[in-house]
Design a protein around this ligand. Structure first.
Ligand SMILES: [Zn+2]
Length: 345
């Protein structure tokens, strides 16, 4: 019987040694230490032996069980430490899993690029709420009392404030310019800052117009701002954003908050100046109204117009993005159509 146990021990140790994966080790454990193991069979067949022999064989069997158990623990540790994270062999021909990452909307990307361009010229980035008031959207900016832009056809007035006036009559901001006076009242002059954001107009949408769109306005206020320095600034910004020289032209324009005012056009990059539906078939696209800040606006901002002067530019963010990618319909950018948006990743 002792010989039999010795053989079981030798055979068992060899089996443990041959094991190469964890699941196999579980099988071997059942086989060597389970109820149906050979050692159990030996112990069950001891009924004819003397008490001393029973004791001796019993102790020997327990020793062998312990040896098996220790050996298997050792084997288990060895297998775990050499285990690979891959199950089975690698098939290099299986197509990879696509990693889905987010990306910036092209308008957001353009805003960031403009921020970088202006920050490099020493500007501050300022922001204010989307809800404004008649005072900031119109009164401060030298809009006449009966100016058509104040009417409900152009401006979204907030329900419940229609019969009020000035700072109590609330609206979704129809342009960003109101923020310029707010900034100047808070910070004073001299100042150079940009204030990007979404603006709202109650108008019919077409390829160039949307009810809500992004603007990007910049203002410099200082004691001696010449018209030519404003022009150089515009060219520098466009060059930084498009990475090359862009043809621009200036036309006279009228805005209540400027004196004089300008329309700044850039050559249409969708058609290369030949004419298309984006540029209304004339090769140029109006991207930046601007001009010298009106003395009444300076007054509303608490500044002396004899001492201070300033230069506005208001960049049509959507239009610049249309130019950058040659997209001919502004509505696509707000369409939430992923087939369109995903092209800009
Ligand atoms: Zn064009």
């Amino acid at each position: 019987m002792e010989n039999k146990l010795e053989k079981i021990k030798e055979k068992g140790l060899q089996k443990i040694e041959k094991v190469s994966i964890l699941s196999e080790l579980d099988e071997v454990r059942k086989e060597l230490l389970g109820k149906k193991s050979e050692i159990s069979d030996v112990l069950k067949s001891m009924s004819n032996l003397s008490i001393d022999d029973k004791k001796k064989i019993g102790m020997l069997a327990t020793d062998i069980k312990n040896i098996f158990s220790n050996k298997m623990t050792e084997k288990e540790e060895q297998l775990i430490s050499s285990m690979s994270v891959l199950e089975g062999p690698i098939d290099f021909t299986v197509p990879g899993k696509k990693v889905n990452g987010g990306a910036l909307h092209p308008i957001t990307q353009m805003k960031y690029d403009l921020d970088d361009a202006f920050l490099s010229l020493g500007f501050e980035v300022y922001s204010e709420d989307d809800i404004s008031s008649e005072k900031y959207a119109f009164d401060n900016l030298n809009f006449a009392k009966n100016h058509p832009a104040r009417q409900s056809m152009d401006t979204y007035w907030l329900e419940g404030t229609e019969d009020k006036e000035g700072s109590e009559r609330l609206c979704l901001r129809p342009h960003l310019t109101g923020g310029s006076v707010r900034y100047l009242l808070e910070h004073g002059a001299p100042a150079r800052f940009v204030y990007p954001g979404r603006v709202y107009r109650n108008e019919t949408t077409d390829a160039r117009h949307e009810r809500a769109f992004f603007q990007y306005e910049a203002l410099i206020v200082d004691k001696d701002i010449s018209f030519s320095s404003g022009m150089v600034m515009i060219q520098t910004i466009l060059e930084k954003v498009f990475g090359r020289k862009i043809n621009v032209r200036m036309r006279e324009g009228f805005f209540p908050f400027t004196e004089p005012g300008y329309e700044i056009d850039m050559e249409c990059l969708v058609c290369g100046g030949k004419g298309c539906k984006v540029c209304n078939h004339n090769g140029w696209i109006e991207v930046m109204p601007g001009g010298v800040i009106h003395p009444n606006v300076l007054k509303a901002a608490g500044l002396d117009s004899n001492e201070w002067t300033g230069f506005y530019i208001n960049i049509g963010l959507d239009r610049l993005v249309m130019m950058r990618y040659g997209v001919d319909d502004v509505r696509l950018f707000h369409s939430s159509d992923l087939r369109f948006i995903m092209q800009f990743k």
